[in-house]
Every structure is written in structure tokens, then in C-alpha cells.
Design a protein around this ligand. Structure first.
Ligand code: MCA
Ligand code: AMP
Length: 495
């Protein structure tokens, strides 16, 4: 029987601890057993789910991972849901992915129960699944679809990025090799589990290597740093916002407490930053505080990780290093030529087994995003002294806030439903903590008034908290060019 590599590898070290949440530990054997049981429950009488989409809303931990593995082992496509998503956002994900079943825990069921009933999608409560693992599970070839992750882009609504088992394996293997993952590693996981950073870089790489993942429902500064001080971890991965927040927090600690945490960080074998630009100043401050040189890397939902500073060798602040093993990179200049030398900017295009094949049900968007087999990232970069440096994105409508990729167009569409707003333009403005903060310039209807707190309150039911504008400028008219088109750089200038 051909088994998924992640599952087959878990059989090599059944007694090792795969996951830890608080004081509770789960071995690889338990993960295999529980995912086998759940896979059987999902299959019922079928032999293979044949890529049916199974969505789940579960906190990071044993249940999440067992469910993900169960969906894969049963031949389904995993659609992890966001805990920050509002009702309309969840409805969009479930309908767009044509999900056939939703899995929740007793705690999260309330968030999705009404929606599932209305959409007539069966809801499975995990805590109620009992029994013995199924005897035979289907054989899943590497070319089969495995996961759909939703990513915002230059269209108003997020697109589903479909990755196959082969894509996921390639994304994991390149990082395991490049960053020297080993079974003695232990890593904290506090990043959201509906994105590649948490799912692939942290969880799947660790489990591939036979290491231990310690899970948290979200980033809890005091708890995580307490465990760092206790020397619980060998590897640490976070977005730049978390490093900025940790620097501020460390500076507020008393001498002894601070020394313990710093010693915990200093003792780790690897600390990684990614998902957004890490300012060189933050990189240097972190080294000054802990002695650790952060390894910055660059990736994207569609491709996994593509560029990385070296594990051994110079980790250059402000740079994302070189292509990872198995990843082909080219830069294409504005004129459409392949950049051959250094210091000339171009769009990063990527090829290789880790690159996704399609946006779910969007053949046109898929075709547009490839150029003769090269995936067009929309990010600009330049090579300097052999290392790539990210210069920014081609589209002003993509915002990166605290590591989340947001679409200005999606936020504008939601804000235009506000009764006081006649027109608006959303931009990302530079912010020391968030990288970029969402800001909106709005023209109000006759006689209306609006302040940022009222607007934020109104947004709560409609947009995930991290998409809600942090800044508002009420203006008489939006800046436009001679053609009447809103000029976003000028909108940025309003803040
Ligand atoms: C929380 N808030 C945010 C964000 N996160 N606002 C803007 N941007 C955000 N990212 C809101 C909260 O809802 C709250 O709003 C207020 O800001 C303060 O929240 P706070 O408690 O300070 O923040 P937090 O809850 O601790 O969250 C910060 C965070 C989180 C830990 C940095 O945003 C996070 O986990 N980000 C990581 C995202 C990630 O993993 N991205 C990877 C995708 P209010 O006061 O109104 O309630 S990119 C990817 O996968 C690619 C492949 C890659 O390269 O990695
Ligand atoms: P996502 O679509 O959420 O996977 O986000 C991918 C985007 O995050 C990329 O297209 C980049 O714009 C950005 N990104 C990821 N890592 C870095 C980095 N190290 N420096 C700058 N931008 C980054």
C-alpha cells in the first residue's frame, strides 16, 4: 500500500511526541490512530473521498492535525477555515470551495452551525467521533489535490490556491533540507493555521522531521516567552510584527526576567522571519538583544518558500538570500526581458515542483498568473551581491499587515456598503508594528458624519479584525489623475 510520505514517516517514530498543548502530549502513534479513525468516519461507505472538499474550524493542536491528516488519508481536499473570519467570509469560503462537509469542535461548532444548516452542508462535531480506525484507506497519488488555501489578491474576493500532495511534499522537503530540521527539534506554533507559514513551514516541516510542535491558540506573548525562558524550543518562526512586539515587550521586562528570556532565544539553533519585509533595523535590534541572527526568507501561498538566507553563512539584514533547493527563480524587467545582471529590478517569477497548479475554479486567473510555466508573483526584487532584496509589490491594492495579505479592493467593497460612505479608497500605510496598516480615505454622503471607531465597530460583522481599517481620513474628494482614476500614492499621502 502506497501511503502519503508524511504518514509513512510518522510510522518510523511512533513513540516520539508529535504535538504538545499545555501539559498534554500526543505521540505520532496517537496521531496515526486518530487520523485513521477520522478518515474512516469521513469515508463512511466510500472507498475514496475523490477530492471532495472538507473544511474545518479547529484550534491549533492535536485535533487540527489529526483532522488534516484524516482528510488527506481519506482522499479529500483540506480547506482550513480562519478563526478570525466573519459569517459572510466563512460563507464565501464554503460556497466557493464547494465544501461537502465541515468539521468543528464542540467549542467552534456554534460559529458554523447556522451557516452549515442554511447551506445544507453536514457538520461533523469532532468530539463525538469514536470507534476503531478503518482497516483499509485509499492509496493517494502525489498528483492528487490536497489543500485549498484562500489568498487575497488583485481581485475583490480571495482566490483558492490548490496545492497537490506533490506540491506540499516539495515545499516541506526543501525547507527540511535547507534549514536542517531534525527529530530533536521543538518549535512553538502560534501562527494561524489557514496559511502556509503555520501549516507548512512550522507544522508540516516539524512533523516530517519527527520533531515536536507545541501549539497555542494564537500568539500569547507572556505564555510563549515563559516557555522560551524555560528553554523549551530549538527553532522559532514568526512574522516581523511579532519580532517588533517582542522587542517592545523585552524592553519592558525586569532585568532577571529579561535575561532568562534572552538566554532562551540565544540558545535556539534557528530563528526565522518571513511573510512580510523584516526591516533591517529590526533584524539588527534582535541580534543586539539576543545574539541571534534572524534568517529571513521569502515565500507565497502559491509557491511555498522560494528564497532564503542560508542556514550556514551570511544572513544579511534587508535581504531574502538565494533560491532554495529545487526552486527556479527569474527576474523579468518592466520591458519583459529576463534580468541577467545585478542591481537591475524585475518581477520575481518562480518554477519548480513546489509551485501550485491552479486557483480553484478560476482557469482565467490561473492562466494569467503564469508566463510559459513561470508563476508571476507580482513582487519586485533586485539581486545585490548575490542576494535577492525584495523591493515591493507591483500592485498597490495588495496590503501586508502583520503578515496577512489583504486586498484593498475587498475592503473597499465592504466599506461601500456603509450608509454614510459615498466613495472610498483603501491603501496600506507604513507602520512600525504592522509593516503596513489599513487606511481608508472616504467621501461621505451629504450631511453624514463618521469617525474611525464607529467605522471599526460597523466593520466587525463583515470583515476579519485584521482587515478593519486602523485609520480614516474624511475627504471632500478622492485624488484622481487626468483620466479620473483614483491615484493611490496620493491617497497614501493623506495619512
Ligand atoms: C491582529 N490585528 C491586526 C492584525 N492582527 N490588525 C492588523 N493586522 C494584523 N495582522 C488586530 C486585532 O484584531 C486587534 O484589533 C488589534 O489588531 C490588536 O491586536 P493584538 O492583540 O495586538 O494582535 P494579535 O492578536 O497579537 O495579532 C498579531 C499577530 C497576528 C500575532 C502578528 O496578526 C498574526 O498571527 N499574524 C501572522 C499572520 C500569518 O501567519 N501570516 C502568514 C501568511 P482590535 O483591537 O480591533 O480587536 S503569509 C504566508 O503564509 C506566506 C506563504 C509566507 O511568506 O509566510
Ligand atoms: P501570502 O499570499 O499571504 O502567501 O503572502 C505572500 C506575500 O508576502 C509575497 O507575495 C510577498 O509580497 C510577501 N512576503 C513574504 N515574505 C516576505 C519577505 N521576507 N519580505 C517581503 N515580503 C514578503
Amino acid at each position: 500500500m502506497q501511503e502519503l510520505s508524511l504518514v509513512a514517516r510518522a510510522r518510523l517514530h511512533p513513540n516520539r511526541v508529535a504535538l504538545r498543548s499545555g501539559s498534554v502530549e500526543y505521540t505520532y502513534a496517537q496521531l496515526l490512530e486518530r487520523s485513521g479513525l477520522l478518515a474512516g468516519r469521513l469515508l463512511k461507505d466510500a472507498e475514496d473521498l475523490r477530492e471532495a472538499r472538507v473544511a474545518f474550524l479547529l484550534p491549533a493542536g492535536f485535533d487540527y492535525t489529526a483532522t488534516q491528516w484524516a482528510v488527506w488519508r481519506a482522499g479529500g481536499v483540506a480547506v482550513p477555515l480562519s478563526h478570525s473570519a466573519t459569517g459572510p467570509e466563512l460563507e464565501y469560503t464554503l460556497t466557493d470551495s464547494q465544501t461537502g462537509c465541515v468539521i468543528a469542535s464542540r467549542e467552534t461548532a456554534a460559529t458554523v452551525a447556522g451557516l452549515c444548516q442554511r447551506l445544507k452542508v453536514p457538520l461533523l462535531i469532532l468530539d463525538e467521533v469514536e470507534g476503531t480506525p478503518r482497516r483499509v484507506l485509499p492509496t493517494i497519488g502525489p498528483e492528487r489535490r490536497a489543500m485549498i488555501l484562500y489568498t487575497s489578491g488583485t481581485t475583490s474576493k480571495p482566490k483558492g490556491v490548490v496545492t497537490t500532495h506533490a506540491n506540499i511534499q516539495a515545499q516541506v522537503e526543501t525547507l527540511v533540507e535547507a534549514w536542517a530540521w531534525r527529530s530533536s527539534d521543538c518549535i512553538p506554533l502560534f501562527l494561524p493555521l489557514h496559511h502556509v507559514h503555520g501549516i507548512i513551514n512550522v507544522m508540516s516541516c516539524a512533523l516530517w522531521a519527527g520533531a515536536t510542535v507545541e501549539t497555542f491558540p494564537h500568539f500569547e506573548m507572556g505564555v510563549v516567552l515563559g516557555r522560551v525562558a524555560a528553554r523549551a524550543y530549538t527553532v522559532f518562526m514568526a512574522v516581523p510584527t511579532i519580532y517588533v512586539k517582542m522587542i517592545q515587550h523585552l524592553e519592558s521586562l525586569s532585568g532577571a526576567e529579561r535575561a532568562d528570556v534572552i538566554a532562551g532565544f540565544a540558545g535556539m539553533r534557528l530563528m526565522v522571519s518571513g511573510s512580510a519585509a523584516l526591516p533591517a533595523s529590526v533584524h539588527e535590534q534582535w541580534t543586539g538583544l539576543t545574539g541571534q541572527k534572524l534568517l529571513e526568507r521569502y515565500g507565497m501561498t502559491e509557491i511555498g518558500m522560494a528564497l532564503s538566507n542560508p542556514y550556514h553563512g551570511e544572513r544579511r539584514p534587508g535581504s531574502v538570500g538565494r533560491p532554495l533547493p529545487g526552486v527556479e527563480i527569474r527576474l523579468i524587467s518592466e520591458g519583459g526581458e529576463t534580468v541577467t545582471g545585478e542591481n537591475e529590478p524585475g518581477e520575481i517569477q518562480v518554477k519548480g515542483p513546489a509551485v501550485f497548479g491552479e486557483y480553484w475554479n478560476r482557469p482565467e486567473a490561473t492562466a494569467e498568473s503564469f508566463d510559459h510555466g513561470w508563476f508571476r508573483t507580482g513582487d519586485m526584487a533586485v539581486v545585490e551581491g548575490g542576494y535577492y532584496r525584495i523591493m515591493g509589490r507591483q500592485s498597490v491594492d495588495i496590503i501586508k499587515s502583520g503578515g496577512y495579505k489583504l486586498s484593498a479592493l475587498e475592503i473597499e467593497a465592504a466599506l461601500l456598503e456603509h450608509p454614510a460612505i459615498r466613495e472610498c479608497a483603501v491603501v496600506g500605510v507604513a507602520d512600525a508594528t504592522w509593516g503596513e496598516a489599513v487606511a481608508v480615505a472616504a467621501v461621505l454622503r451629504e450631511g453624514e458624519k463618521l469617525d474611525v471607531d464607529t467605522l471599526r465597530g460597523w466593520c466587525r460583522d463583515r470583515l476579519s479584525a485584521y482587515k478593519i481599517p486602523k485609520r480614516l481620513a474624511v475627504v471632500n474628494g478622492l485624488p484622481r489623475n487626468a483620466m479620473g482614476k483614483v491615484t493611490k500614492p496620493a491617497v497614501r499621502g493623506l495619512f
